[in-house]
Design a binder for this molecule. Structure first.
Ligand code: SF4
Length: 294
């Protein structure tokens, strides 16, 4: 094919409001000469981690690694006890936790005070979930993400009631069955919709893009460890050939062979400059195709 390639971005893609604010706050801090460490990746994107390091704000895995200066809490949030621990150790705190994540902490705390058993639907290894559960009494909560896991638990053992909450970046529809298993087993179970609208908007826009009959294929840009980027790729893949790329080096010329209009979307942790770089690479490969056939 020798026709030029057109790129069409999803209506919504890339950084959500929470990440945009966190990114801006840390850059402002670094520009003012601040030096410190971010606990966990500011967002799940390797390029952002490198960029922050260049600015003098390294990424660490544990609070114990930081002896002085400022500790930055990322948009995913941390267990509330970390704030006291950091202050007790004489660290300054730059808290970039997303307000929506704080809302979930508050919802969970209210339910806990009501005596309810807590169920978090999500990934137990994800920092956001660790932030919710690390300070809780063992036995006062569950974290799960599959129907099988939900079905294996005797929910009638919690007659005081159960509150179901979601990791903010999940798609509620996909976990409906998990919540239903719990609610069916225990009529005193109820849920709070803690799904973040930003994730849903990116997902809805990705579906609309992938379903668009004019679009031949979709490129999904995002970090290797970004769950929401992978999820965007999964939902696009249901409708069109879709390719998940982390940076320009992942783009393959052969993907573009039969493509006239390429849809582009990006995970909530993908910076704008990375999207622009990948698009430039795609155009460069497409241009070579036109030149070679011309
Ligand atoms: S995805 Fe939503 S909850 Fe998560 S950081 Fe962004 S705005 Fe906040």
């Amino acid at each position: 094919m020798s026709r030029p390639l057109t790129l069409r971005r999803a209506e919504k893609y890339g950084f959500c409001a929470g990440v945009r604010i966190a990114d801006r706050e840390v850059k402002k801090f670094a520009a003012a000469g601040g030096r410190g460490a971010i606990l966990g990746q500011l967002v799940h994107n390797e390029r952002v981690v490198e960029e922050m390091e260049e600015l003098g704000v390294r990424t660490v895995d544990s609070l114990d690694e930081v002896r002085d200066g400022t500790i930055v809490f990322s948009a995913h949030g941390v267990p509330r006890s970390y704030l006291q621990t950091a202050r007790r150790r004489g660290l300054r705190v730059l808290d970039a936790t997303c307000p929506f994540v704080y809302d979930v902490h508050d919802d969970a705390e209210r339910a806990r005070q009501e005596g309810l058993h807590l169920v978090f639907i999500g990934d137990s290894r994800h920092r956001e979930i660790i932030g919710y559960v690390k300070d809780l009494e063992p036995g006062s909560f569950h974290v799960l993400s599959t129907v099988e896991a939900a079905a294996a638990i005797d929910w009638s053992a919690y007659p005081q009631g159960i509150r179901i909450l979601y990791q903010t970046t999940l798609n509620a529809e996909e976990y409906e069955e998990v919540a239903r298993v719990i609610e069916t087993a225990n009529p005193a179970a109820s849920r709070t919709d803690t799904i973040c609208y930003a994730t849903k908007e990116n997902q809805d826009a990705a579906v609309a893009l992938a379903r668009d009959p004019e679009i031949d294929a979709v490129l999904v840009i995002g970090g290797k460890h970004s769950a929401n980027t992978r999820h965007l790729w999964e939902i696009c893949e249901r409708h069109k050939p879709s390719y998940l790329v982390h940076d320009v080096d992942d783009v393959r010329a052969e993907w573009l062979d039969e493509v006239e209009i390429l849809g582009v979307t990006a995970g909530a942790s993908t910076p704008d400059y990375l999207i622009a770089e990948v698009e430039a690479r795609v155009q460069e490969l497409a241009q070579r195709r036109v030149t070679a056939s011309g």
